[in-house]
Design a binder for this molecule. Sequence first.
Ligand SMILES: NC(=O)c1ccc[n+]([C@@H]2O[C@H](COP(=O)([O-])OP(=O)(O)OC[C@H]3O[C@@H](n4cnc5c(N)ncnc54)[C@H](OP(=O)(O)O)[C@@H]3O)[C@@H](O)[C@H]2O)c1
Length: 310
Amino acid sequence: MHAAVVTTFDAPPRYLEHPDPAAGEPDELVVDVVAAALHPRVRSQANGSHYTSTGDLPLVPGIDAVVRDADGRLRYALLDDTALGTMAERTVIERRRSVELPDGVDPIAVAAAMNPAMSSWVALRRRIDFTAGQSVLVIGATGNAGRMAIQVAKRFGASTVIAAGRNPERLADLGGLGADEVCTLGELAVAADVDVVIDYLWGATAERGIVDILTRRADRSHPLTWIQIGSITGPTAAIPSAALRSCRLSIVGSGVGSVPGRDYIAELPAIAEAASSGAFDVRARSVPLSSVESAWTEPLASDERIVFVP
Ligand SMILES: NC(=O)c1ccc[n+]([C@@H]2O[C@H](COP(=O)([O-])OP(=O)(O)OC[C@H]3O[C@@H](n4cnc5c(N)ncnc54)[C@H](OP(=O)(O)O)[C@@H]3O)[C@@H](O)[C@H]2O)c1
């Protein structure tokens, strides 16, 4: 078969011949890949920088996909970090980490939506006790995961969602997704009284944002839960000790590890149902897997997700 193969961490994957997979464990299925999206997490898998990277090469990247099983059913499958991911004509999935999709779904849209939607869905459902009526600030709201976070927070009954990003033109679109207010990254103080922050940027943005928000907060004893999900503007952030002492601030992360695998699996059917029914506004562009090498490096709008089709 053909696959996107990483042979060195300092170059994009290449479309190469690759050995056909075989199932090993009883729960494993060999499946045809229908659509596999290029999430930021897949880029960090392919360049060896993700915290789960083992450094082993060669590898076929891809952490999830819409696949077709031997009975002809479409499934959405999540994969562990493995040498054989989803950017291949065929791969191996675990049945328990997959969910059947209804007939007639758009596989490209589902493949594009699931990972970004899951980031906020699992964070709000499984990492904190989010309740309807709470208010939310999304930092990094113009990207795929941020756009989903607005929609997910509203779906879960958020009273107000404030969407923050660096690009005013992209921010202007977010009202259509349910954002009640938008602001630039220098204006995070407008969200001084929110209950929950969903942060895809971290780094210097969070450093400034935490201080801007807490110093303007009307009631500092009112809980603020800051959920760290992505680190696009930096892997570290210096948080003043006073921020933690003088305010009821909790900082938690949400991702593989801090959320157990069984919690992701438990939420899969509901997220897949939402994605399959077209509940999410998602921007996807399908690209033949044979073009993986050029597509990997082409400039792309951050609100558009590439989905490879073998
Ligand atoms: N932990 C998890 O479960 C989980 C799951 C999914 C994603 N993530 C992480 O979440 C992050 C976002 O994912 P995504 O799918 O939304 O990525 P994406 O679609 O590529 O969006 C990137 C976002 O970051 C913004 N951005 C990029 N460079 C920036 C800079 N220098 N300053 C300010 N903003 C900047 C973009 O703004 P513009 O629109 O202005 O370009 C856009 O809003 C990634 O780090 C990803 O790995 C984590």
